[in-house]
Design a protein around this ligand. Structure first.
Ligand code: FES
Ligand code: FE
Length: 438
């Protein structure tokens, strides 16, 4: 139990520091209730984590033509991702430089210019202010200084990432560490077959913490667990993984897929720039993530066959992928408010695959749609449970819950304002293959 009456205390820096110290007394325990419910912590984590990390925003196919745009939204922030006349992708803070109105409300489309609905200031596709009606009367009015503010944009593997921190190191260079395992899917030429948002009534750390562990898989995901060996402890499926790694290059025609690389959270190449890959086995008879194990779509990119394995990836703290030889599934977690988050799932297939002919959309999405609905149910229940004043964090499993533990250690450092990164540790991660990539 907490050793004070919460209602006696101001929700501020001093309380946060005490709570961090308490949490550190038992670093193997699950996160305390405080970190899910303190409005101070929520504001603090936006500043220390969300505005400094790389976030998946979308795919290049969403910005095929000049003027194409879509909105990326996180908490109260909105960013316009737009393809400029110069062919480049611009990330523009969706807040007018006059009185701050949202400039663009529609989620996606094509625009010649962005016209603020309030007093009609006009912005170019790259955010430059083109016209500000009647403002020429103002002495010293400098249009050039009043373009929409910009965020950093990085593009690799056809995936578009943004960072609110102008000083953030180049994420495209960090993602290059995953070239060997990611490039063969040729995602830059892939198409989005389906996209779906699953809102949860839970703090974003409950949603993300759930993704980071598979201790719950056997209880909550019966279909997933019939297909994916990741639900098992490592020693239970060591032989299965070794056999898959040994045949992977021969079966798929892609060398090096079996290599793993872990640079996540405190061990990321730079703050908020996590990159991770490993490949784990599917159970015998499952070529891909389908209910019956049969292929769902044409082989992706450079793939020439199935190895009964799947590639697991992480990009930044909130975006993940699970890539099968014939389709790729992206998972993104988005904080909306202190007790609301979205899971967004994006299914990719080869760019020339035709719906209804080369793949069936319902079948393609069925495993991860069902699994995500199951996740939503357990996240909502977890969120309701940790609201109890009598919730006391329990012990976490050393292997199954190792990644959430690493996440939370990074998170606590960030809350304290410690953005340093460390060398990759020698402590093994789950499902490490024999070699290390990069
Ligand atoms: Fe945009 Fe006034 S707030 S033009
Ligand atoms: Fe799950």
């Amino acid at each position: 139990m907490q050793n004070f009456l919460a209602s006696d205390r101001d929700d501020g820096l001093a309380l946060m520091r005490e709570q961090i110290a308490l949490q550190r007394r038992d670093p193997d325990a699950a996160p305390a209730r405080y970190f899910y419910h303190s409005p101070f912590v929520y504001r603090r984590e936006l500043e220390t984590i969300m505005f400094r990390s790389w976030h998946y925003a979308g795919h290049v196919s969403q910005l095929a033509q000049a003027g194409d745009y879509f909105l990326f939204e996180l908490a109260d922030e909105s960013v316009i991702l737009a393809r400029g006349d110069d062919g480049r992708i611009h990330g523009l803070i969706n807040s007018c430089r006059h009185r701050g109105s949202r400039v663009c409300e529609a989620q996606a489309g094509n625009r010649k210019t962005f016209v603020c609905p309030y007093h009609g200031w006009v912005y170019e596709r790259d955010g430059a202010l083109r016209a500000a009606r009647a403002m020429e009367c103002l002495q010293g009015f400098e249009k050039e200084k009043l373009g929409l503010k910009k965020v950093r944009v990085a593009v690799r593997f056809g995936l578009i990432f943004i960072n609110f921190d102008a000083g953030a190191a180049d994420f495209a260079a960090h993602m290059a560490l995953l070239d060997r395992q990611m490039a063969p899917y040729r995602l830059e030429r892939a198409k989005i077959a389906h996209r779906q948002t699953y809102p949860v009534d839970a703090n974003w750390k409950i949603a993300l913490g759930n993704y980071l562990e598979c201790y719950h898989c056997q209880t909550a995901h019966r279909l997933y667990s019939r297909i994916h060996s990741f639900k098992s402890l490592e020693h239970e499926v060591a032989e299965l993984n070794r056999a898959m790694w040994a045949r992977s290059a021969g079966s798929t025609g892609v060398p090096g897929l079996e290599q793993s690389l872990y640079r996540i959270f405190r061990e990321a190449p730079a703050f908020g720039a996590c990159v991770y890959t490993s490949r784990y086995a599917l159970f015998p008879g499952f070529k891909t993530g389908s209910a019956d194990g049969a292929p769902l779509a044409p082989l992706m990119g450079d793939f020439r066959g199935f190895d009964e394995g799947a590639g697991d990836f992480q990009f930044g703290p909130l975006a993940y992928m699970l890539n099968y030889p014939d389709h790729c599934v992206l998972f993104r977690y988005v904080p909306r408010a202190i007790d609301k988050a979205d899971m967004e799932i994006v299914w990719f297939v080869r760019g020339d695959a035709r719906e209804g002919i080369d793949y069936d959309r319902e079948q393609l999405i069925s495993v991860w749609h069902q699994t995500t609905l199951e996740d939503k149910r357990i996240m909502d229940a977890n969120a309701r449970g940790v609201r109890s004043h009598f919730y006391e964090p329990g012990p976490q499993h050393p292997q199954f819950e190792d990644t959430p533990r690493r996440f939370f250690d990074w998170y606590l450092h960030a809350l304290e304002g410690d953005f340093s990164v460390t060398e990759p540790s020698t402590r093994a991660h789950r499902t490490s293959s024999v070699e290390t990539a990069g």
